[in-house]
Design a protein around this ligand. Sequence first.
Ligand code: UDP
Ligand code: MG
Length: 327
Amino acid sequence: MDRDEKPIELSVIVPVYNESGNLPELHRQIRAALDRLRYRSEVLYVDDGSTDGSDRVLDEIAESDPSVTVIRFRRNFGQTAALSAGFDYAQGQVLVTLDADLQNDPADIERLVEKLNEGYDLVSGWRKRRQDGFFLRKVPSWLANRLIRRMTGVPIHDFGCTLKAYRREVVENIRLYGELHRFIPALAHWVGARITELPVNHRPRTWGRSKYGLSRTIRVLLDLITIRFLMGFSTRPIQVFGRIGLYTGFLGFLICAWLSVGKFVAPERYSLLQRLPMLLLGILLILVGVQFISMGLLGELMTRTYHESQDKPIYVVREVIRRSESP
Ligand code: UDP
Ligand code: MG
């Protein structure tokens, strides 16, 4: 069968925000990389509200190459939204995401897809020789990756690398919010994906500026807390909050009980002023305990609303094997 009659197998997704100077060369390289492969492929550029004329460049590229799709946002929604749109519009069974700034090398697509075909659901690029500033980029990223690795239990080195290959089912099971694109491997791990990584080429940015600064560190930290919570406890919040509540409440109760007993046993030993700090601490701990338990109960209500309002099961199925046709 001719390559053009097959259904699309491979979709390359590129988020674009003010990258007009990089796009023509990027597309040349993507084209060259895809032409070497035997898959029927498409390229999706998601224009995330660019204001530098990237839209016109993308129009020209789409004009000259029928395998190109351009998705244009009404305004800048961020890289996570751009990737998410790419996932929604892609038709391939295998999806590859890639930065538009030429820092990722399209020539690596082939190796990523080969690795995926060895039986993985997600292959993450690892910028082993990252070409970015040392203090502002590499050090924070190294620390963040270590922390994410520890907290999520996903043993890969470079969560932030956009160059990744996914099997379609994996992204279909993941909803992305905020800036969670950096946590896709963690979310994928959570739905049971088989994940691995592969060192990839990384090049310095030669045109345009990075869209992120050091401020992303805080955002990554907050996102990490969300992810950790979602991964561990989202279907049983009372188990987390309730436990903290029980511990603090019990401690507060012990302190108050000890103070009350002391009042009868040795009333002359302490004045009220000496006991006051302990009393306050005891009351505070009891109140905090009650708060935590209530929060856990509210959380329980919310998880039920979350799952039942969208018919979202609390599990993810890889496949069902059943001999008979009727259930
Ligand atoms: N990007 C985007 N929307 C944004 C910010 C970035 O689509 O709001 C794209 C950007 O065009 C690039 C990729 O996301 O293709 C990564 O951005 P950047 O190179 O600035 O990040 P860095 O490599 O510095 O981490
Ligand atoms: Mg970049």
